[in-house]
Design a binder for this molecule. Sequence first.
Ligand code: GTP
Ligand code: SPV
Ligand code: MN
Length: 594
Amino acid sequence: MTKNTILNTWISELKEHLNPKDVVIWTGEQLQYDLLAEDMVTSGKAIRLNPEKRPRSLLFRSDPSDVARVEKRTFISTSNQESAGPTNNWINKDELMPLMWNMYKDSMTGRTMYVIPFSMGPIGLDMSRLGVEITDSPYVALNMHIMTRTGNKVLKIIENGHDFVKCLHSVGYPLTDGITDPIWPCAPIEQKFITQFPEERMIWSYGSGYGGNALLGKKCFALRIASAIAKDEGWLAEHMLILKLTNPKGQVKYITGAFPSACGKTNLAMINPTLKGWKAETVGDDIAWLKIHDDGKMYAINPEAGFFGVTSGTSYKTNPTAMESIKSDTIFTNVALTDDLDVWWEGMGDEPDHLIDWHGNHWYKGMENRPDHANARFTAPLTNCPTLAKEYETPVPISAILFGGRRPTTIPLVMQSYSFNHGIFYGSIMGSEITAASIDENIGKVRRDPFAMLPFIGYNIADYINHWQNVAKQSSDELLPKIFYINWFRKENGKFLWPGFGENSRVLKWILERTENKENYISSPIGILPKLNALDLSGADIRYENLLKLFEVDEEDWKNEVASIENYYNDLFKDRIPEVLKNELKSLKNRFNF
Ligand code: GTP
Ligand code: SPV
Ligand code: MN
């Protein structure tokens, strides 16, 4: 079958136990992709979009129950709960492994088993890691082909003896006699399991066909398993975009940014700077692997080969680069279909009179239900992106790390940490405020999402914080990236104070100047803030009083914030609050005289 005995043994064992009707090794050739895509169209599982408008592109509609990651069915399974920590669902692996193995029994009956060798990171790069996903979902095979480097080239390295992460996936819908295949097979919610076994470096996913549940290279491998590997090996696997910036003098710098979901990673990764003479290019929009090199600098790679982006709200106005990136060779999931077989979603632009909604039903302008799903996504190759940086396949040195979230109050537009450790503190307090649209008593309260990694850390969060500090100890504050906390979302009377999007380039300019220690700042108890006249607002339509509000450090707010952080640390870490966080919180209080 293949020339790797470990892989062969695994395939044979799965063939025997899961009972697929045949086995296909993914070669990664375009013809194999095209034939499978055609197969999906003829069997009615996908719709071929208008080739004149959207060449070589498909639309899939998922089961209404299978539309996003399912955190409550996501597990870190190890031999003791302490290793998974307070942020993860945990089941003892001695219990979960047999239970899941039993579920996998004959689960691929009547289906093809795809064996997909893939590389997270450019093939052959020493920061890259290999995996093999075995799946009974052709949708997964097509998406993995775009989102990762797949096929023969990777298989060859594995055949030469390279190790790989075993990723097993089944939609959990065997086609036993008399059962017809639905358009989107999956299992009911209580049978879904998205399980990481960090001790085995192994992933078992059952019952879902969607996104991060099923494309196992992404969140399961490149974040949960990779973060566990990174802890052992001294690097970081993070939920971050990577952006290349060139100033008008031609100087190039790279930054990363970790923001929780719906807080603007893809938008910043594809920013169109409004500042004259500045150029921004995309290296990655969701995941970064970071490592200190011999020169003491931190380097990043994007382990992915594609974008799995939210369509909702994406338009030529908000993100033209994304719109250009999905013009062809794209898979759409759960968007609406136009009369001329093109795609549509809320926020794209003019509303058509008639659509077929994501359930496959007629939809007419003025109807109450939206025609697309709020978590509808596009899958497109990085190489489609017109602003893709030429360095997207080499590690790039990082000058600044941005943390951020949606904070209507308290947090200024931008602040810089006093040290790397202070930056770790910033990461730990990240989050977004729950809005009035959400359920009652929590309104206005902060929902923390440390490092934007709450659902993605593959081990104990206390160890994760300490690991950040250990990585920093491999270098010095001088050489490490400078850390910033940004907040595009501060509000006054329910309205954003800052225009955001392309205008964020003004903040990026100040950040880059700070990485060169330019004297453009003032000190405050919470961190380093821009001198107001140091922020380049040339040609911007921003009112002076708004600017003051964007940078206001309100003592009362910060008293509450500090109390909230203290409670949060106590609830989360119990008796294991990392020293670095205790110290930084103490320093913050001292600077305020609290
Ligand atoms: P995931 O893909 O779910 O991880 O989200 P993401 O972090 O990539 O966020 P994305 O870039 O898709 O943006 C999410 C939402 O934030 C979109 O609806 C954007 O319109 C909005 N957004 C992004 N950047 C800005 C900004 O600078 N200002 C404002 N006001 N909104 C923004
Ligand atoms: C996210 O939820 O942060 C995503 C989408 O990027 S998924 O791949 O489904 O995790
Ligand atoms: Mn994400």
